[in-house]
Design a protein around this ligand. Sequence first.
Ligand code: NAP
Length: 260
Amino acid sequence: MDLGLAGRQAIVCASSKGLGLACAEELAANGVNLIMNARSADVLGASADRLRDTYGVKVTAVATDITSEDGRKEVLAAADGTIDILINNAGGPPPGDFRNWSMDDWNKAVNDNMLTPIELIKAVIDPMIDQGFGRVVNITSGSVKNPIPQLGMSNGARAGLTGFVAGLARQVAKHNVTINNLLPGQFDTDRIASLFASRATAEGRDAADLRAEAEARNPCGRIGYIKEFGQACAYLCSAHSGYVVGQNLLIDGGAFNSSH
Ligand code: NAP
């Protein structure tokens, strides 16, 4: 299916690797020009070069911290005219026991995983409305539907973003501007490897065993491939998704069992 995206311009935050990179890659494969972002310039540069060379689209790499005000300004300034697509993403908060979390820890989680995407949406939404096309996809977490006890800061901050987006998405949909959330279960990225490693340390277990158990528990019998995530993102950004509004699409192999 032609997604109708050729020539569009996207900002993909936190996209040098993992889920952000998978989203950037599927957009590039559909002819979208990219502004990619991450903090480490070398990893970001290598990913940007690969997508530019493979798909022949324009790729601008902005090495900066997207959770800072200056970083957001830099990324937005790299755009050439109106931004058609915004993919919000950033690193997730660490796991732990809430008794050990300070106000600074909480403020960082809320800043990174709630307020940063809201600030970026604020910067792009009115030009999207004016041009009658816009797609915003927030990478959140399966923890929004199925909270994970040891990821309390993620559960809390992402719930805040989800609630905000549910209202705004309905206010802008008539302009062919959609905002949706993609909720990853367990996908094969560095983040998931570090979560298995931290659990292994806490429980005195082997990380490989924990991973094998997680795979065995999943109805698909495996961890997700990041390409599957990127393809879902590309659909939500497509010309055909204008009637998909304010949804929380859980991609977890069926791990969360709910009839509604
Ligand atoms: P990952 O493989 O560790 O990749 C994270 C990416 O984000 C890297 O490109 C990293 O590059 C960039 N990044 C992190 N903090 C940034 C910042 N402040 N500014 C700019 N770029 C930043 O992680 P992932 O697994 O793709 O996870 C992405 C998001 O999905 C996270 O919020 C995570 O909690 C959530 N999630 C993931 C899973 C999963 O199974 N993988 C499940 C549920 C939720 P630099 O370090 O160079 O900045």
